[in-house]
Each structure stands twice: as C-alpha cells, then as structure tokens.
Design a protein around this ligand. Structure first.
Ligand code: KIV
Ligand code: NA
Length: 267
C-alpha cells in the first residue's frame, strides 16, 4: 500500500473529513494506521509518555526516535513529526536544518510547527526547499510560558483577528494543512471557509475539514485531566489496572505460570 502524501491530504479539503490521530510507537501506529489519513508524532509525547508537565522540554532526539518507531508501524497514513520547542524558532535556517534531520532520519512525510504570522517566512522557506509543513495555530502549547494557560481562544475581536491573520499567513506561506487548536466554533468555521488548505481541528468544533486527538486521550489511557474537547472512545486505563491486579494475584498464589507456560524436560 502506498503512503498518503501531504499533497493528497491537502486535496481532501471539500471531499470528506480528514481523520487523524497522534501516534508515538510502532505497535500503536500499526493499529491506528488502517483508519487514519494522517498520523502525527506529536510533541504531546513529552506529557503523555514521559510525564513532563508541558511540551517545552521535548528534544529533537526524542521526536526522531519516536518518528522512526511510528514509521515502522504505519504503512498507508501520511506521517508528520512535530518540530519540538527550540528547534525552529531561532531562524528559518535552524528550522530547515532540524526539519531535514527529521525527514532524513525518520523517512516521514513532513513536519509540524506551531506559530502564526511570525512563522510564515519559515514555513515558506521550508516548503520552497522540499519540506512539507503542517501548520498549527490557535492554542499553541509550546507558548505556555508566555501565554500562561490552556484555554479556548477567539471570543474577543482582538483574539479572533489575530488567529484569522495567523491562518491566512500560514496557508499563504505554503502549509499543506493547519491544525486549529482550542478555538471557538464560529471562528474555526470562518477560517475553514476562508483558506484554501484543510483545517484539522482539536477543540475547534466539527466545522473544521478534519479532526485530530491525542490517541492516549481518546483511548482513555491518559486520564490526568480530560478537557471538554476529548471524548473517550475506549477506557484502557481500568483494563490495564485490572490486568496488573489479576497478574499480581496469580503470581502470589502460584497459579501463574501454569503447566502450559512451563518448559519441561521429557524423561
Ligand atoms: O503534539 C500534539 O499531539 C499536537 C496535536 C494535539 C495537534 O500537536
Ligand atoms: Na504538538
């Protein structure tokens, strides 16, 4: 099966909703791949897999290692890897250097970076030099230390204008699609109707051209907190707890391992 390209994702706008999820490991990528148009190796892995409080501490090496893992598991979905905080904001040259490392070392289809108007020049620089870019506007978790919180955006005229301009700038700079995070429905709808590339929403209503969720959130595996926009499509946390409990009981009772799990020597 051939892998979906960023150009094909872009061309899906106006045809049917684009299905995407995050993936961080080979086995999970293998399970999600048949159902997803796009798999994102998100820097949310810092919080979800490593217990970090924010995504700010995630390194390029972590993103490359997990990108390689996901590429080994996914066959048909377009695979995009997040550029982590500090790997692209300094200059467009820094962004290209690190994006090129991600493409070369993982074989993925493109990179994602957070930012609006201020990142437009970088997005154009990368796309003109062979790096497909997935944009990310609205709530930008890498800016937590200056913006100060996770809350939905776009209620005030000033906030809405800024996000509108960010969407236009990143779309015109050549992004093949744009994540719109934590944005009120009327604004998400307006942006979706006004730009030529697909919007992929997270906490941005069904008006977007596609949806993305953090897979561990929607699987009910990461339950530290549950924002309004998350829906649990499964409850894996209690399943894992019960399995660990049953294992512990059987080990203590010496009922596991049983004869069928044991290597014997024939007489
Ligand atoms: O890191 C991530 O998982 C993301 C998505 C939630 C869009 O950026
Ligand atoms: Na991210």
């Amino acid at each position: 099966p051939k892998r979906t390209t960023p150009a094909q994702i872009q061309a899906m706008k106006g045809t049917r909703p684009i299905v995407s999820l995050t993936a961080y490991t080979t086995p999970v990528a293998r399970l999600l791949d048949p159902h997803c148009d796009l798999l994102l190796v998100g820097d949310s892995l810092g919080m979800v897999l490593y217990g970090m409080e924010t995504t700010v501490g995630v390194t390029l090496e972590m993103m490359i290692a997990h990108g390689q893992g996901v590429m080994r598991g996914a066959q048909k979905a377009c695979v995009i890897v997040d550029l982590p905080f500090g790997s692209y904001q300094e200059s467009k040259e820094q962004a290209f250097r690190n994006a090129a490392r991600i493409l070369k070392e993982t074989g993925c289809n493109g990179v994602k970076l957070e930012g609006g108007e201020e990142m437009a020049e970088t997005v154009a620089f990368l796309t003109n030099r062979g790096v497909p870019v997935f944009g990310h506007i609205g709530l930008m978790p890498q800016l937590i230390n200056t913006t100060g919180g996770y809350r939905s955006l776009g209620r005030s005229d000033k906030e809405a204008d800024k996000i509108r301009q960010d969407a236009k700038a990143i779309a015109e700079a050549g992004a093949f699609a744009i994540v719109v995070e934590g944005t009120v429905e009327p604004l998400a709808r307006e942006i979706t109707q006004s730009i030529a590339v697909p919007t992929i929403g997270i906490g941005a209503s069904a008006a977007c051209d596609g949806q993305i969720l953090v897979s561990d959130d929607m699987l009910g595996l990461f339950n530290d907190f549950k924002p309004r926009f998350v829906k649990h499509f499964a409850e894996l946390a209690p399943t894992i707890s019960k399995a660990a409990e049953a294992y512990a009981e059987e080990v203590k009772a010496r009922t596991f391992p049983g004869p069928e799990h044991t290597f014997q020597v024939k007489k």
